[in-house]
Design a protein around this ligand. Sequence first.
Ligand code: P1T
Length: 385
Amino acid sequence: MKFSTKAIHVGQEPDPTTGAVITPIYQTSTYVQEGIGKHKGYEYARTGNPTRTALEQCLASLENAKYGLCFASGLAAEMNIMYMLKQGDHVVVGEDVYGGTYRLFQRVMTKYGLKFSFVDSRDLSNVEKAINKETRMLWLETPTNPMLQLVDIQAATKLARSKGLITVVDNTFASPYLQNPLDLGADIVVHSTTKYIGGHSDVVGGALMTSNTEMYEELKFHQNACGGVPGPQDCFLTMRGVKTLAVRMEQHQKNAMEIAKLLSGHEGLEKVIYPGLADHPHHELAKKQMRGFGGMLSIVVKGGQDAAQRFMTGTKLFSLAESLGGVESLMCHPSTMTHGSIPKEDREARGITDGLVRLSVGIEDVEDLVEDIKTALAKISAVTA
Ligand code: P1T
């Protein structure tokens, strides 16, 4: 079965009781048992809920995985993976990750005796050097948030496997429509479903997928034992969103390419970062491991925060807001918003300067988006000229 068909049908057979075409919201916390141990597969809704099961099966199919598990947020999914580790374990992390991921690892998990090395994973020799006898996991994001760097998943997982490490790939930016890390050797893929999978900026959620039965059993045990599960309404909304993922992603990336071309070489900008541009350092890798270049791009505005501010408040359609991947276009200022929890020095060393603006290009009519960006660009150049 092909991607769009899976998104619309897997896990979503008509409801056996009523024939409802759409999986109902099973708004219940518990299920009646006919006798001790005699039930229809569901006992208590933290452990399982049919609306959630449908979403878990659907999302697993989109990542070509055997198993899927859903959570209350992307960070709850990440936390569930952290429960696989124990005191003293070490994780090598590709350093350009979502600020909340950095905060979870560095400010929460270190309290429990886990250790993290943040390295530039574009060069895998940095990963190799950081591995020690306590290392258990390699954690990667690709493309990264917000610098849109790519990591060669196949080469990274080969290295990790040779050292006995679990490889986790956060696939939020690409979405399963554009990239399937498990097919390239990763053990676990994680998503903030709040983003492209949900797609409408109306629900927060997370998911992880794996084909490794042993890992799944452990992760499933922790999902129930630790409890960061989503409610059935949230699962319903996410499933409603995911049905159109393919058509949305096509439009997101078509629009993003147009905007990237418009921005490229503009006198008010220092840099335009989009994997679809031939001058992106990982353009060839993007063509190899992804099926498209996605809807995210970042720019560095000349003139620092003031100029970035003029650009970001000069638009009418692009709204200044955290998050990404919804149908509407958004802009964000990573150094003060999504990556504000990273110390300034570390942030700037990674290129997250005060002039950096991240764009989540929506699926509005591209002509309107182009006009909007042109107006905002005029606001920077009017001052820098
Ligand atoms: O927000 P939540 O659903 O908990 O997902 C966390 C998360 C995980 N991974 C990546 C790559 C992410 O981008 C995020 C959340 N990111 C934003 C809110 C943002 O604006 O970048």
